[in-house]
Design a protein around this ligand. Structure first.
Ligand code: ZN
Length: 607
């Protein structure tokens, strides 16, 4: 690993073919600066008086609506382009002053744009319904039909203008619970030191916690686990109030906007039926038998008389020495996407090798981690810190999956339908990771290599499907309790959380009492029914891989149509287009089948 800063090169020593080609977006900062000046209609606020001129006039005609949507989309598109360049340059060297100031300037201009165009959606929403019906039928607005439909379907849950204003004013104070949690969790809380089996003192932080849980040193794992939970337990009354406060916010929002439940309120705008959420929980519960079998095998392989919760993340097999250079990784990924057809493969190859989408290696002061990012007028860039361990190849496959989804959506959709919705976002990335995994399983024949690859895949499914569904279940329970008027006391929260762990890990795990307070440290519980999307995403992806690899030509075409669909349909309909119906248990069952078949392979290999 090259975390040793002594050996990390400065940006200037990274050769151009290893950097992303941002010059394709703007050749120089000077060109970007020109674009920045040109996007504003005047040098002071309001920057876009032409937009404001339409205010109050949307009732006049379809042409007015078309003009304002055209204008706001064109501005938004141009601003995104400016933003993309500034944020990519910023992440190359986050300490560079020019990068920092350009990034802050574009962020602030984007904020101004949001403010100056914020009136458009509410004005459309408030138009008389017969007028909107006429607009929706008008050929002049055909390009924007679905866009307008998405806005006006919020009408039954929109209040009169004065009440909306009141709710908007309440928005800020209502963020207190989540902001207080975030401050406690990210800044104020300190875990202090723990010791490993040799008695050596080590610092505990959020980042190091995950690493310690994977350590072969069991004393270190146990001490890290207990210290983490006990620290949060010390604040359990405060944390119960905070989480309760956040759920009360969701309940207040649901009540004031005429939703039957908090879950309905969270899913309505994306048109996700609540049955999708409930069926996910029910189906995963039906498949817990496989997870319990996996836990039993884990206990056996690790040769432990008791398998504790701090033994859940330590790798079952030592990391095998599968090293890949960047170009080997690139080749493997390109080869792995062959089942998606020659055209897909060619576009990805060109993107990686010729258009240079990827910023490959670490350099001094580069942003850590990995992502795929871009805009309508740019390549779908990828930031990486490629070191050559196998995990990096999977990360590149993952981000390339996102990038190809963006690439195809942009190529086939108008700007305002080119961004895919969060509900489907992880499908393409998981899909490509699975293709790579299958290729490598064919390529690597040694027993340890196979064991390692299979176990990695199983751990992915355990973390996204099982663990996130357990979270989703907890989230639903606490909202239902608040809806029924039951106070969320620390005792009640601990009881629910402990029982979920008993149910999910099964009879072969020793459920440590300390786990009961784990809810207190999960930031996602402040997000309003978010985590279930990880579980539905992995289910859709694994189900689709199964279909495409069966060699069915239509399955491949359907999947490509989905990748090309952007946000031109509601998420559930996009996935139907791909070939999975998330309103049925089938996709989740396919993911469970996959986990079970990997487990059977692992059991055979481990024998
Ligand atoms: Zn992703």
């Amino acid at each position: 690993m090259s975390t040793d800063t002594e050996h990390v090169k400065p940006r200037s020593e990274i050769s151009p073919e290893d950097r992303w080609n941002v010059e394709a977006l703007y050749p120089t900062f000077e060109e970007w600066e020109k674009g920045f000046q040109a996007v504003c209609e005047q040098p002071t606020k309001p920057y876009w008086p032409s937009l404001a001129n339409y205010r109050g006039k949307l009732k006049e005609s379809t042409s007015v609506v078309r003009e304002v949507l055209n204008r706001s989309c064109a501005l938004s598109r141009e601003l995104e382009k400016l933003h993309t360049y500034a944020h990519l340059r910023h992440d190359e060297e986050i300490t560079d002053d020019r990068h920092k100031s350009s990034y802050q300037r574009i962020m602030s201009l984007l904020f101004d744009f949001q403010q100056e165009s914020a009136w458009i959606e509410p004005e459309l929403l408030m138009l008389p319904s017969d007028l909107v019906d006429n607009y929706l039928k008008s050929p002049e607005l055909a390009d924007y039909r679905f866009h307008i439909e998405k806005i006006v379907r919020m009408r039954p849950h929109t209040l009169s203008a004065d009440k909306e204003e009141l709710l908007a004013m309440a928005g800020k104070p209502m963020q207190t619970a989540s902001k207080a949690f975030s401050s406690l969790n990210n800044a104020d809380i300190k875990f202090g030191k723990i010791t490993d089996s040799a008695g050596k003192e080590l610092e505990l932080t959020h980042g190091l916690y995950q690493m310690y849980l994977r350590s072969p040193d069991r004393t270190l794992r146990e001490n890290a686990f207990k210290k983490m939970q006990s620290t949060f337990k010390g604040f359990e009354n405060t944390l119960a109030e905070l989480i309760s406060g956040q759920v009360q916010n969701h309940h207040f929002n649901a009540l004031s906007r005429n939703y039957p439940t908090c879950l309905d309120a969270a899913l309505f705008s994306k048109k996700i039926p609540v049955s999708v959420y409930r069926s996910l929980i029910e189906t995963v519960r039906g498949g817990l038998g496989s997870l319990h079998r996996y836990i039993r095998l884990r206990k056996k392989i690790l040769q432990l008389p008791e398998l504790h919760l701090y033994d859940m993340y330590v790798p079952l097999v030592p990391e095998v020495d599968i090293k890949m250079s960047y170009s080997d990784a690139e080749e493997a990924i390109i080869e792995s996407v062959a089942p998606l057809g020659a055209e897909y493969q060619k576009a990805l190859k060109k993107g990686l090798k010729e258009e240079l989408w990827v910023d490959r290696y670490e350099n001094k002061n580069k942003r850590s981690g990995a992502y795929s990012s871009g805009c309508y007028d740019s390549f779908p860039y990828i930031l990486m810190n490629f070191r050559g361990i196998l995990r990096d190849t999977f990360t590149l496959a993952h981000e390339a999956g996102h990038s190809m989804h963006s690439y195809l959506s942009k190529a086939n959709q108008a700007y305002h339908y080119s961004h895919y919705p969060i509900f489907v976002a992880e499908v393409a990335s998981t899909f490509n990771e699975e293709l790579l995994s299958q290729l490598l399983l064919k390529r690597f024949k040694k027993k340890e290599e196979k064991l390692f690859l299979i176990n990695e895949k199983m751990e992915d499914i355990r973390a996204t499907l099982f663990r996130q569904t357990m979270f989703a279940e907890f989230e639903l329970k606490i909202h239902e309790l608040v809806e029924a008027g039951t106070p969320l006391t620390p005792t009640l929260l601990k009881e629910i959380y402990f029982q979920l762990n008993v149910d999910y890990f099964g009879p072969d795990a020793t459920i440590d009492e300390e786990i009961q307070v784990e809810w207190a440290r999960i930031p996602h519980f402040y997000y309003n029914f978010y985590v279930y999307q990880y579980a539905t995403g992995v289910s859709a992806a694994l189900s689709l891989v199964e279909k495409v690899l069966s060699g069915d030509q239509t399955a491949r075409e359907n999947y490509l149509a989905f990748l090309s669909g952007g946000s031109s349909l509601f998420p559930i309909d996009l996935l139907k287009l791909a070939g999975v119906d998330m309103t049925t248990p089938e996709p989740v069952q396919a993911a469970l089948r996959k986990f079970d078949s990997l487990l059977t392979e692992l059991e055979t290999l481990a024998d």
